[in-house]
Ligand binder design. Structure first.
Ligand code: UDP
Ligand code: MG
Length: 355
């Protein structure tokens, strides 16, 4: 038994076509359609009830709660099937893809209808919409290493086994329920099935620009949940100890070993002090910040940590030079450069050294 969950808000004119195409696509399956409607002014719920005479449709009309994710979660609670499919009502998600998702589930726990794997695409989007969409996904994949292999982790069209979300505490805030499931769900394998995100059949979109900010907030919440924010703070603390190590050894070398004088001596002292600071930071990050992620051999971790330091330094210099061109004070420019370098170093270490 398959439960198809369709959240709706003012989708009255789409339902008949949607149900017809689902029933054609799923002739060989046993299924139910669960429409979760937030008391739409156009009475989508009424139309759905009417159509339940001809199609296996159940209608949930919510009058108190609102929101896309919470509607899907409600659908999960009501669903009787062993497999759940989530899709939009406006036919931008072609029902003909559902059997492909179900086939994919034979070897996976979650099957995503994906716009961004080979063979998938988006119809009629301006280039800037594509850039925003892909940029947002890229930020998500970098911020949340767990999903970095997934090309379309924010798709609204997917299928999963009941166990993936059963007894999982999903946050109902936000629009990207798939992201929430990919972070918190119980699963081991995800596959992506290409599809073409088409045009709306009728009605208009409810999702606007304010979603970008909500998405970033959602990412932040999930990063906290994953412990990535804690890691970032630990990395910052370790970085601070590195400053002291660096300063101390520079002082030691200059005062006690090389003596004051030739600038080459200062440079050598500086390079040695920097290297000792890097070793200090590596040690604490390895034993503390990333202690659960020590998978690569020690020499590789050490090498990659140096690579991250070098990448960070280059970023710092490039930003410094660019900001100088804009007439920004060199100390401010350096501070901003250090900030960027810090984030870059964290990310390279998180994804490569302890990836
Ligand atoms: N939707 C919903 N509640 C909301 C917003 C959207 O149930 O608060 C439903 C909507 O009816 C549609 C799906 O979520 O079935 C996707 O919304 P929409 O098509 O407006 O988003 P877009 O495809 O433009 O991103
Ligand atoms: Mg839509």
């Amino acid at each position: 038994m398959i439960s198809i969950i369709v959240p709706t808000y003012n989708e009255r004119e789409n339902l008949e076509e949607l149900f017809k195409r689902i029933s054609d696509a799923l002739k060989d399956y046993e299924y139910e359609i669960i429409v979760v409607d937030d008391d739409s002014p156009d009475k989508t719920w009424e139309k759905a009830q009417e159509l339940s005479k001809s199609y296996p449709v159940r209608v949930i009309r919510r009058t108190k709660e609102k929101g896309l994710s919470s509607a899907v979660i409600r659908g999960f609670k009501e669903a009787e099937g062993e497999i759940f499919v989530v899709m939009d009502a406006d036919l931008q998600h072609p029902p003909e893809i559902i059997p492909k998702l179900l086939n994919a589930l034979e070897k996976a726990d979650i099957a995503i209808a994906s716009r961004y794997v080979k063979g998938g695409k988006v119809e009629n989007w301006y280039w800037w919409r594509k850039i925003i969409s892909k940029g947002a996904i890229m930020i998500g994949r970098v911020a949340l290493p767990k999903i970095r292999g997934i090309k379309d982790p924010v798709s609204g069209f997917f299928a999963l086994r009941r166990e993936v979300v059963e007894n999982v505490n999903l946050n109902p805030v936000g629009f990207k329920i798939l992201l929430e499931i990919l972070i918190k769900g119980n699963y081991s394998k995800v596959v992506e099935v290409p599809f073409t995100f088409g045009l709306r059949f009728a009605g208009e979109s409810k999702l606007g620009k304010k979603q970008i900010f909500n998405y970033l907030k959602h990412l932040y919440r999930l990063m906290r949940w994953e412990g990535e924010i804690d890691r970032f703070l630990k990395f910052a603390i370790v970085g601070t100890t590195g400053i002291f190590v660096n300063q101390f050894f520079l002082w030691l070398f200059v005062e006690k070993i090389f003596g004051k004088g030739a600038s080459l001596d200062y440079l050598i002292a500086n390079i040695l002090a920097t290297e000792l600071a890097i070793l200090n930071n590596f040690t604490w990050n390895d034993l503390w910040t990333f202690k659960d992620l020590r998978r690569a051999p020690l020499y590789k971790r050490l090498f990659n940590f140096h690579l991250a330091a070098l990448t960070g330094a280059i970023v710092q210099w490039v930003i410094f030079i660019i900001l100088l061109q804009f007439g920004i004070h060199y100390l401010i420019a350096n501070l901003i450069g250090i900030g960027f370098s810090f984030v870059v170093r964290f990310l390279v270490n998180r994804h490569v050294t302890w990836g």
